[in-house]
Design a protein around this ligand. Sequence first.
Ligand code: XMP
Length: 598
Amino acid sequence: MCSGLVGPAISLNDYAPSPQITVLDTGGQYTHLIARKVRELGVYAEVRTSETPAAQLAGRKGIIISGGPASVYEPGSPTIDPAILHNGTPLLGICYGQQLMAYLLDGTVEKGSKGEYGSAVLTVGNIVSPLLKGLLQTEPVWMSHRDTVFKAPSNFDVLASTPTCKIAAIGNDAQCQYGVQFHPEVVHTRAGKTLLENFVFGICSCQQDWEPRHRIPVVEEKIRETAGQRKIFFFVSGGVDSTVAYTLCLRALGHDRVHGAYVDTGLMREGETEFVKKVFAELGATAFRVEDARDFFVDKLQGVTEPELKRKIIGEAFVEIQDRVLNSGHYMDQDWILGQGTIYPDTIESGGTAKADLIKTHHNRVEGIQKLMEAGRIVEPLSSFYKDEVREIGRELGLPAEFLERHPFPGPGLAIRCLCSDMDAPVTRIAEGWVVPVHSVGVQGDSRSYRPVLAVESLEHESATELINQLATVNRVIGLIGSLVPMAELSVRRSELTKERLDRLRNVDAIVRRLSLAAGFEREVWQFPIVLIPLGTAARPDAVVLRPIFSVDGMTASSVPLPAALQDQLKTELLAVDGISAVFHDLTHKPPATIEWE
Ligand code: XMP
């Protein structure tokens, strides 16, 4: 058992207890997953940037350094305050975290002769360590690295290895410092939970203090305290976060003091506005209004084909409408504050989010909202919770399961799923398939790509990435599920974001959702965007692309195969829709493609 430096605990967030464990983020895609896994053990954990000064981490019972894509020996790569290595706080370095510990102490790190990606077999050595208590002699673990610790620091034991990685776990029991090259936070590491329990309870002596649904009374009390005598106004999106946040405020302050508005942009899925109205009516939200801005948005999007321009116009249209609502309702007056459904990952500047922002513009600033934020006139009751925790709170509050399990849906809505073209253009036959001159967004390395799509006749996922690497001219591969005429007779047609095409997309989207829900497929995937592309014939100018994906947080995603029976049903029903010529399945993972096409 080890003990960290005793000092005043700093609570960064009034809605949560002081964190016992801090995960230092070195830019890895699994950083939040580590914190979530610790929370699942009932211990409150937070994520901070890797270079957080040790003084700000006083009182932590343990620190975990995350994995990340950099190499420790490259100038400018993420590091930690070295004081953390010498103040007695128990430490666990994962992947890059282990390499960083070794490098900052007196070990060495080198580029491995070959990388190790995916499942590996870990062999646990003979040295007994509290970190690996309960592990079998051989264990399946998940690896994702090229660099490796070549020499462990002095006073560290090598605890385990894999055939490719001689130093896969290290430990110094006297200092309570440990490192693992594999990822205990991902499901493929069978004993990952045991290892994290060993660290959190056995080594750091944490106490269980975290059960999101038990926080509801504390959160409500905090809302009352923040609001004082004032009232709260919300823009709700119909999504889980803003609805749960709104519900908490309703419970805390009563119906008279919480107002909300939902902007109907005309870019939403079928039945969305009615659904949102119904959910809010059932909550008893009396001061809730729908702002009808359908014509306003569609008019502004006339003739626009370029994705970033679409986003910009939609963002600005939102700003105009929201400002209008804020001012017409006197919500800028001193007796109002703004409520928002911000959740924990949105509050942190991590490597992942910074990178995502380069690929597509997601956020738009409303001046009024900005002013309220700057004046501290804002309440964000969910700012310490992860999505799953928000769902758990929602369940406890009695929100319908049908609502809580909804897939994420992008702010700009169907506009970024309805692709346009400013000219007529033929498809080009090449050995691998047909190059379709409809451009979509991709993410390769750290940068955005905007390229045509390759259509193929097979539905094999594995070859998609290979084809993209090989051709270098496309960033996405779609497989043909069915078409009314041969591929060679389809061509890209000049097309705009019209009401007619939005209605067509809304219609096919609703058909897919109905069949996918009935087949139980909706629950198996993380998101299932439906995209309309201007590929067809004069009579039937559009094609549908199905994009079912699995993801943890949207940062990376894998394309999911469709069950055969569902695929047949989709093909039959979608090809019967007026204006639709063909149905495709997007076979591309993220990276190299993004989840949405624009
Ligand atoms: P991409 O397409 O970047 O999407 O791989 C990742 C996740 O983000 C969602 N998304 C958005 N959400 N406003 C949003 O609120 C946006 O502009 C936006 N663009 C993409 C997308 O649906 C996926 O879940």
